[in-house]
Write a protein that binds this ligand. Structure first.
Ligand SMILES: [Zn+2]
Length: 431
């Protein structure tokens, strides 16, 4: 920005490198969100039928301007009167927000449980899979096998002995060039210490015991019933399809859960692909998270783009975390769905101030050039100047004037419609 603004910048309180990292993370997520929107947008399909992530931060809920808010410490800025999609799988911006809430819930449960003398285990369920299998053909039998396993006598008997308080299921999937889609389930089991009659863990943290072998055998039996295991891969499954790790690993899993690093959203992971952008980044030993696929798609990798689309089609509507019945109550955690978690900041927060307003045409410009994240980072950093509205207007004017050729910048706006007896809102497309 021009020197007029930079001269007035005060160093915000707090660790400036941590603030930079946070701002950079948000910028990256907004960039990836714009990529997801292009990938998920379907030509000649009406706006209402598009994937909801297509309109995330592009759907104005009131006619007129959108207030721009800035955190007083300069860490972030946001718009209000705008719709967010709340999609944990497809939207890098919303998923980060939802994950923050979900991680706090998990940490809260873990702290209470261990303070009361309990122990948490991390049980992982997986199965053999091959390149060329679609995600849909894997997920259906996997889900059924998992449900019948969690209802089987063997599992219930082990859990009863362990005085199980409850289980949180965490669903994940990665993609590898060697073996294709790799769906797996992590189960955080809240119970008593020594639940599996286990000894010390091996070097990789895996526990072993008769009970664990027995459970693994049972899991493989359920996989065979669903034709996910046969003679060709049974010995692999008998070794690896189920593993159990102890409290330290469960705590680490929770601490990392939903973080950019774990989801392939950190700068090292995304920019590595952005820089090379070549297919040689694929390899049998590599697994990519869905958001890494998205980053690769953003650099023109068509294979990654198709994979991301397939992933969203299959995972949309699935729950990322499922708490067993009564477990949230047990820890005193209120139920909140993903949409609510994503929209949480809609309440005006005491640690922020309104610095101006964004007009719909300005939002269109930011959308067209894919610069909403950069804009919000700029407001976070410089929004404490004396005339922030002028800063906002000039920044966007410069973008519209000097920016590279952009994409379409269509947005939706809810307009209040009035007929004889009824008032209602209709979303109108503005191009
Ligand atoms: Zn979203």
């Amino acid at each position: 920005m021009s020197s007029r603004y930079t001269r007035e910048i005060r160093t915000p309180a707090g660790d400036s490198s941590a603030i930079d990292t946070r701002r950079a993370g948000r910028r990256r997520r907004f960039k990836l969100q714009r990529t997801a929107q292009s990938i998920l947008y379907r030509d000649k399909v009406e706006p209402k039928k598009q994937h909801r992530t297509v309109w995330c931060h592009r759907h104005v809920t009131h006619e007129g301007g959108m207030p721009v808010h800035r955190k007083l410490d300069g860490t972030s800025a946001r718009l209000s009167r705008i719709k967010t999609c709340g999609s944990v799988w497809a939207c890098p911006v919303c998923s980060a927000k939802v994950a923050e809430t979900r991680r706090r819930e998990l940490v809260h449960a873990m702290v209470q449980h261990t303070a009361a003398g309990g122990h948490a285990y991390l049980v992982t369920l997986t199965f053999p899979h091959y390149i060329g299998q679609t995600l849909a053909e894997l997920m259906e039998p996997f889900t059924k096998a998992r449900q019948s396993f969690q209802n089987c006598k063997t599992w219930k008997a082990v859990m009863a002995r362990a005085e199980k308080v409850g289980v949180v299921n965490s669903l994940e999937v990665t993609y590898g060039a060697g073996n294709g889609w790799h769906p797996h389930l992590h189960m955080l089991v809240f119970c008593q210490p020594g639940a599996f009659g286990e000894g010390e863990p091996d070097d990789s943290g895996r526990l072993s015991s008769h009970a664990i072998d027995h459970l693994r055998g049972e899991w493989v039996r359920h996989l065979e019933k669903r034709r996910l295991v046969d003679g060709a891969n049974r010995s692999w499954a008998n070794q690896y399809a189920l593993d159990v790790r102890g409290g330290k690993m469960a705590a680490e899993y929770i601490a990392k859960w939903g973080h950019d690093q774990a989801w392939g959203l950190s700068s090292e992971l995304t920019s590595a692909h952005a820089k090379t952008g070549h297919r040689d980044t694929w390899g049998a030993q590599h697994h990519y998270t869905p958001f890494q696929l998205l980053a690769m798609a953003g650099t023109g990798d068509g294979h990654a783009m198709c994979a991301f689309r397939e992933f969203v089609a299959e995972f949309d509507g699935r729950r990322m975390l499922t708490w067993s019945r009564g477990l949230k109550d047990h820890f005193g955690i209120a139920e909140m769905d993903d949409d609510q978690a994503a929209a949480q900041e809609e309440l005006a927060l005491p640690d922020e101030h309104q610095v101006g307003e964004l007009q719909p045409e300005q939002l269109q410009t930011l959308t067209r050039y894919g610069r909403l994240g950069d804009f919000l980072a700029m407001v976070a950093e410089h929004g404490h100047v004396e005339q922030p509205q002028r800063l906002i207007d000039e920044w966007i004017e410069a973008l519209a004037r000097d920016g590279p050729p952009g994409r379409r910048g269509a947005i939706l706006m809810d307009r209040l419609m009035v007929t004889d007896h009824v008032y209602f809102h209709r979303a109108e497309l503005i191009e």
